[in-house]
Design a binder for this molecule. Structure first.
Ligand SMILES: [Fe+2]
Length: 164
């Protein structure tokens, strides 16, 4: 699957010689045929935290499959200088949105729920948290363009597997 998806990006100028715009990401996501999409090679889950499985990265974008067991969620974070696309492959995704506060923790503003096939894009400074609050595993497909880097701000700790 991934190679076919990737080809669609790598055949164009966007994502190969420059970053993708939010509109280009959405257009790509709308072209994904979920019925023929197979991401099982990127779907290892972890009992302690979500798994981030990279399909491809170059200087201009990163394609990632993220697998979330029920109850797992991301840190509250922004996206630095990146546009971030979220496409729900299976399960139900909740996005909690926040607004920045000059001093103190970000304040929650709203929560949105997305089902299989739904698409959303977070741009740079937008602050959010992604969560699986459903009973089934959640699988989401993401493009980060340019790839996420140190410019990203985490307002809560990044969930990681425990080490003994
Ligand atoms: Fe995000």
């Amino acid at each position: 699957m991934a190679l076919k998806l990737l080809d669609q990006i790598l055949q164009g100028e966007s994502g190969t010689t420059r970053s993708m715009t939010a509109d280009e990401m959405k257009e790509w996501a709308r072209s994904v045929d979920l019925d023929s999409l197979c991401v099982k090679d990127y779907c290892a889950t972890n009992a302690e935290c979500y798994t981030r499985n990279r399909v491809h990265q170059n200087d201009h974008f990163e394609l990632v499959v993220i697998c979330w067991k029920p109850g797992q969620e991301s840190a509250i974070h922004d996206h630095g200088v990146s546009n971030c696309l979220y496409l729900v492959v299976s399960g139900e995704m909740v996005e909690d949105r926040f607004r920045a506060v000059p001093e103190g923790d970000p304040e929650p503003t709203e929560s949105c729920t997305y089902q299989r096939g739904d698409i959303t894009v977070a741009v740079g400074a937008e602050i959010h948290r992604i969560a699986n609050r459903g009973a089934e595993n959640l699988v989401t497909l993401h493009i980060y363009s340019p790839p996420l880097d140190e410019n990203v701000t985490m307002f809560t700790p990044i969930p990681r597997p425990k080490t003994s």
